[in-house]
Design a protein around this ligand. Structure first.
Ligand code: GCU
Length: 430
């Protein structure tokens, strides 16, 4: 049973998500911002602190305060200290993806410290650490920007090169399971278009975030083990924070490699990993850009005036994703002193793409748009353009908050990656 886990899990996830989302796929997100905008003003009076009037106030006072409150109320507490070690880097293939890239496999270990207690992250079963599959464009002299992705599918299915490590009993991705996954969630749900990405000059680093398992019981147990020095159950970190933290451990490793552009560290995630990508960027200033596709509740979409998944729905289905405090806001979202536009504001002035689909009402594109509007004043304060569209369907890849809305439902489809790359190209060298 355990050995078959990834395949069964993916199939089950496909069925549950299809069933869960089916009732919402007949609905459409409004393309004009709709609903009340009663989100707290990100620069206004907050926790008895005066309004923010300068970039210095934002950076020194308000941003750390918002991080602390978001930790307490939504994501849980981050480690006081962390460390990452590269155990091994193996060159696997000099002519990967039709010769477009070189493929390496890195093994990393990481520790988290809470109140002086340091614990090492769980290695991948059968290995000494967790794996980062690194693909760089072939024959590039200068350092390249890199897209760091966390994925639902195991890395050996994301980057289907026979040289990549895989458990002996891992089944092949294709067949019925692959067909179901790509039929339901789009052709790029597991494997991004590597050739296209490499040809456009970007590297890719694939991290399968199973060091923190995405399962209620095992996930909660591992989060607790990693944060032994943190005694308060209500504010213990959830998996979204821990996956965000794992993005930063990949950054620790990639940041040291001269082949990688230190000003081109991009995090990418879809859905639950879109939430994690936003959290990573909001907490880690080394991250230069974020692509959060259909991140929904606990990601880019406001908790207030929700059209799709409510706080109650997400915290009861996924109790291991957030701090326990978050669930107390089920049905009383209006009472939250924070909301998700504050998460987006913490990424300013760095470019953020918020990906959406018109029929993916579960992840509430309209709520994400209104969150982007709420974060915009911080982009402006920090001297960047922020959001430059008035409606959800006016795609502006060059904007610092670029809002992507396509037809269709939840997944990563043919049109998505060209849009993501246009956004990155538009911001290259910023
Ligand atoms: C569920 C969950 C969402 C999440 C999604 C995913 O639908 O309700 O919050 O974003 O899974 O990760 O695919």
């Amino acid at each position: 049973m355990t050995r078959q886990f990834p395949r069964l899990f993916l199939l089950l996830a496909a069925i549950i998500l299809t069933a869960g989302c089916a009732k919402l796929t007949l609905a459409w997100a409004d393309i004009k911002p709709s609903g009340p905008t009663a989100r707290p003003d990100v620069l206004g009076v907050f926790a008895d602190e005066d309004p923010v009037t300068s970039p210095e106030d934002w950076t020194a006072e308000r941003a750390p305060l918002l991080r602390a409150v978001l930790e307490k109320e939504v994501y849980g507490t981050f480690p006081d200290k962390s460390s990452t070690r590269i155990l091994d880097k193996r060159r696997l293939n000099d002519e990967a993806f039709g010769g477009a890239g070189v493929l390496e496999e890195w093994t990393l270990t990481a520790t988290a410290s809470f109140n002086g207690e340091t614990v090492e992250a769980r290695p991948f079963p059968g290995l000494d650490g967790f794996l980062l599959e690194v693909v760089l464009p072939a024959e590039k002299e200068e350092p390249v920007p890199i897209i760091i992705m966390e994925t639902f599918c195991p890395s050996w299915e994301v980057a289907p090169d026979p040289a990549i490590w895989r458990p002996e009993d891992a089944g092949e991705m294709g067949g019925l399971l692959g067909g179901v996954m790509t039929y339901v969630f789009g052709r790029y749900i597991c494997t991004p278009p590597f050739e296209m990405i490499l040809q456009r000059g970007y590297g890719v680093a694939v991290l399968y975030p199973q060091s923190v398992p995405d399962r209620r019981k095992e996930g909660l147990a591992e989060l607790k083990r990693l944060s032994q020095g943190h005694v308060d159950d209500r504010t213990r970190w959830g998996a979204v924070a821990a996956w965000g933290w794992l993005f930063s451990r990949a950054v620790d490793a990639l940041d040291q490699d001269p082949r990688i552009d230190r000003d081109g560290l991009i995090v990418w995630g879809h859905s639950r990993y879109g939430k994690a990508a936003l959290v990573a960027a909001a907490w880690d200033a080394r991250i230069d850009a974020v692509i959060a596709h259909q991140s929904g509740t606990g990601g880019a979409s406001l908790n207030r005036d929700k059209k799709g998944e409510s706080v109650g729905a997400i915290t009861s289905a996924y109790p291991h994703w957030f701090a326990q405090n978050y669930e107390a806001y089920a049905g009383r979202e209006e009472e939250m002193c924070v909301d998700q536009h504050m998460l987006l504001a913490l990424i300013a002035p760095r470019p953020a793409l918020l990906g959406n689909a018109r029929r993916d009402v579960w992840s509430d594109p309209n709520g994400a748009f209104r969150a982007a509007q709420g974060a915009d004043p911080v982009y402006e304060l920090l001297g960047s353009g922020g959001l430059s569209q008035q409606r959800l369907d006016q795609w502006r890849p060059e904007a610092d908050i670029a809002f992507w809305l396509r037809p269709g439902t939840h997944g990563v489809v043919k049109e998505d990656w060209p849009a993501f790359l246009d956004f990155l190209d538009a911001h290259a060298g910023n």
